[in-house]
Design a protein around this ligand. Sequence first.
Ligand SMILES: Cc1cc2nc3c(=O)[nH]c(=O)nc-3n(C[C@H](O)[C@H](O)[C@H](O)COP(=O)(O)OP(=O)(O)OC[C@H]3O[C@@H](n4cnc5c(N)ncnc54)[C@H](O)[C@@H]3O)c2cc1C
Length: 403
Amino acid sequence: MHPQVHEAVPAIDYLYPMLLNLEKIAQTDKKRVVIVGGGFAGLELAKTLSKADVQVVLIDKHNFHTFQPLLYQVATAGIEASSIIHPYRRILQDQDNTYFRMAEAQSVNTATNTLETSIGFIRYDYLVIATGATANFYGNTELQEKAISLKSIEDALLLRNTIISNFEKALQVNDEEQLNSLMDFVIVGGGPTGVEIAGALSELRKHVFPKGFKELNFVNMDIHLIQSGPDLLKGMSPMASKKAYQYLEEFGVKVWLNRRVKSFDGYKVTLDNGEQLCSRVLIWAAGVTGAPLHGLETQSMAGNRYKVDEYNRVNGYDNIFAIGDIAAMITPEYPDGCPMLAQPAIQQGRQLGENILRYQAGKNQRPLNILTAAPWPLSAVTRRWPTSASLTAKYAPKASGPG
Ligand SMILES: Cc1cc2nc3c(=O)[nH]c(=O)nc-3n(C[C@H](O)[C@H](O)[C@H](O)COP(=O)(O)OP(=O)(O)OC[C@H]3O[C@@H](n4cnc5c(N)ncnc54)[C@H](O)[C@@H]3O)c2cc1C
């Protein structure tokens, strides 16, 4: 069992005593494309197929698409959750060839071309896995249990509520260590997400929290950012890394380079050199890993991602594809697989959809050129990745609230 698939499951009502086939999906002679995951990749594919002569079934464990790049804004109370979640049923309501089902996909039977989900089985002609990624705790179950990650709207709201309720508790506390534990934050991971959260919290400490909690002294609120390597924003330019460091220092964030978190008991964070920080909130932004399904052969896997060719076909299968964060398209430029970012995910979804259309029109399919696919987010130092603006323009709130 892949824990990352099963533990992040939201409240789907398991009222299905016997697993049957998915009901009320027309049996036609059209090819059926089953897409698992309506993130940037899966949703783009579903939309690209709106006019295709296929039946599309989109399956997601939520009934809304989440605009992940703005999760940290929800977590830090900058915007409401309803601004970054968009109901699939509303997005797809004009697509006559498309069905949506809220369900958790569990395993694939490649012999029968069947997908097992939490609400029943569905046969596919083409299966597209677009399940994205989940927080990677590198096997540390204590951290997984006690830290807060930032991959879903539930995570963002948990963090937001925890921050506010800790400040409410702090009003009743005089002991210095207890106050620190309630008001200080430790963020693990100096990549874009960690840097963004640290920056957002430091601005809130200066401009927002003191207005709401007048009796608390926010000069004493420490924000610690722990990074295992020598640089922030590893993988970006040395300039971006340097600027991020400077920016955070100016904003009073305590940046700890070359340090790892060893343990967290819910009150004390212990670093690998034995030093301890007192905080009840440990925000985990130290990496992500793919969220695969069961049932595919191990030769299809590159770690927790699916190895795909330049057409996003999963290694070893003709009718199974993977797109977005879950797909490891390994090229000389990207020996670890293409970057786990929204732009490549969107491009892969669109490209696969267009290839299906080309195939139906008897035309040659086009391979994905990842070099042109991924405008890299160069500057997280301003807490706003350049890609966020263009993504927001494309995907952001037209409708609000889960459907
Ligand atoms: C906090 C944060 C900030 C980010 N900021 C940026 C940014 O500024 N710029 C940028 O380019 N990228 C950013 N990213 C990365 C970007 O969001 C991802 O690369 C992108 O979402 C990947 O798209 P995807 O479609 O592969 O997966 P996702 O968007 O993760 O979607 C996967 C979908 O699959 C569903 N799912 C998963 N497992 C199952 C299952 N078993 N059954 C049914 N449904 C399932 C999930 O509910 C989800 O809807 C950020 C990510 C995070 C977490």
